[in-house]
Design a protein. Sequence first.
Length: 169
Amino acid sequence: MSNNTGKVTFMGNPLTLVGNEAKVGGRFPAGIVMSGNDLKPFNLSDVAGVKVVTTVPSLDTPVCDTQVRKFNEKAAGLAAKVFAVSADLPFAQARWCGAAGIKNVMTLSDHAQMALADALGVHVKELRLLARTVFVVDSTGKIVYREIVPEITSEPNYEAALAAVASAA
């Protein structure tokens, strides 16, 4: 695994991303996470069709809350399945989803092993959280869009991600 320092910051301070950097044109990696809904192992690479995989540091923070809510609003009209992955415990994810009324985004937890974070290269070493990202994966499993948000306290480019979903569908 590699370390990539300075690709993301938190309030202007550089952080280190650990893992194998997943790139556009490559295959979306396998990585076992846990479903926040039923506490069972879940592998995103087993899901057929177009996918939006957004990673967030923690659902209980304002920017992450906004990000997942916006994808939840847009997901109803998308020809894609939408997933939000964080290092939050599955119980916290389920509580947050219930309180936020999230119905169109499936939350997944990478808290146990950070396996998906490492496979994507988005594991923030200093915080043991996932960086803020958006990946769009086509029906063949190829990454067609990737955004690693440079400043963790900023939101992603929703319009670019949604345009990538439209192109991949």
